[in-house]
Design a protein. Structure first.
Ligand code: CU
Length: 125
């Protein structure tokens, strides 16, 4: 019995690897289904300062790039495009959130919590 057990281990490993590959394939398939702009590329980081300013501003990205909003202040923020093309969700102090839009053009944005804090995102090809 002891001599047959070592022979079974590689089969189990192969099955495990197959499962991992299958899961990754399904995950990648789901990701490409969610957006026609895949692969998504990590784009620039915009820091939201304590005075509710954005740095840098304006920001220019390419289609398919994401923007990471980093909250370095002490208030929560939620970055929303005026035209509704992106929404960061609530970003608590010390946290970051990624927003993505595939919509070309100039998108003024604001903070839904601090509406006077406005900025501009430009998306180009
Ligand atoms: Cu805010």
């Amino acid at each position: 019995m002891k001599s047959t057990n070592p022979g079974r281990i590689p089969i189990v490993l192969l099955l495990s690897l197959f499962s991992v590959v299958a899961i990754l394939t399904l995950a990648c398939g789901g990701d490409s289904y969610s957006s026609p702009t895949e692969p998504r590329q990590a784009g620039p980081v915009v820091t939201i300062g304590a005075n509710h300013s954005y740095s840098p501003d304006p920001i220019t990205i390419s289609v398919g790039q994401s923007v990471t909003w980093r909250n370095s202040g002490s208030d929560a923020h939620r970055i929303i495009a005026v035209d509704g093309t992106f929404d960061s969700g609530t970003i608590l102090p010390g946290y970051s959130s990624v927003a993505v839009t595939a919509s070309l053009g100039t998108h003024p944005y604001t903070c839904s919590i601090h509406p006077t804090a406005t900025g501009t995102m430009v998306v180009r090809n």
